[in-house]
Ligand binder design. Sequence first.
Ligand code: NDP
Length: 338
Amino acid sequence: MAENKFGFGLIGASTISRERMIGAMNDSGVALPVAIFSRDMVRGRAFADEMGIPRAYDRLEDMLADPTVDGVYVASTNERHHAEVLASAAAGKHVLCDKPLAMSVAQAAEMVRACDAAGVVFATNHHMRCGAHHIAMREIVRSGQLGELVVVRVVHGALLPAHLQTVRINDPASCAVAIIDLAVHDADIVRVLTGDEIVEVAAMGKNSGMGTDRIEDTALAIFRTAGGTLGHIHNVFNTPFNRGAIEIHGTKGSLYALDNMGQSPQGTVRLRDAKGEREIPLQHEDLYVRMVRSVVAAARGEGEPACSGRDGLRSLAVALAMLKSARDNRTVAVPAEG
Ligand code: NDP
């Protein structure tokens, strides 16, 4: 551990690392990015220089042999996650892996088993769990103030930035299309907020002009949880003025979150019940900083990461069921376990 801080080795010279995660590691007070592996040494070296990372590698096994690397942050393209997590676990490194965890539930399950067997932390970067709005909403639901949950609504739409209009809109085989890229977050947040599992989905997708041939850039799904709550999720890449939102309606109260589905610590939550309507006070903090701190604490034996590998497996199972439903035009059951 450098300066008694947790050393992260980054896997992939990625946008999310540049825009969010390196800053979050530095700001966390408990971690530092100490190395990067990129398949391209020139790009990796340039990225390291730009971001103030001491070492760059172009062979993953070399970075995994670096003793200053306590854990890895996997932010490569989705199809690489499986092999890179297995290699990291085999090297005894803790793992924070970005979403979607893998290309299939079977792969994700193998990753969970490998990290368990190696005794390393395996966390999924579902950062939205770490938002003050969602933490507050979860507490209100758990307290019973909403009564029995009846319906949930998740609106997750925006404009996919031009520099990310790559595999997400042009690779039908990739697990990056809107239904997977966004729906994993939505499935995860529904699980967190309701404390329940999504067991069945019926989805429709369409191309609203951003996706290329055979790529849905827009999807809407309805779902049912094991406890009987119904809900719907909408995902879209092509709506620049769309405000993210979540509504949770119960027999005794309703919660309304607005501007809460992004990457920044912002948004509001309002509660309506028999006492009237009021805004819930929130202590906003960088969502990714909270995630990093939870992973480092877990690696030090202090509790669990904010989102586990099993959680990432469950969100992937729901999103894959959604994709299957949209493409096969039928209701799909979410497999119970990977
Ligand atoms: P990018 O497209 O920016 O990068 C993905 C990988 O592509 C990099 O790791 C890098 O690997 C490679 N790469 C980078 N630049 C080039 C280039 N010029 N030519 C060829 N290859 C290049 O991905 P994102 O940052 O958008 O996403 C990475 C992961 O993070 C995904 O799994 C995504 O789903 C997830 N994500 C999560 C978010 C969250 O909030 N939790 C938000 C955004 C993304 P290498 O250097 O090894 O070649």
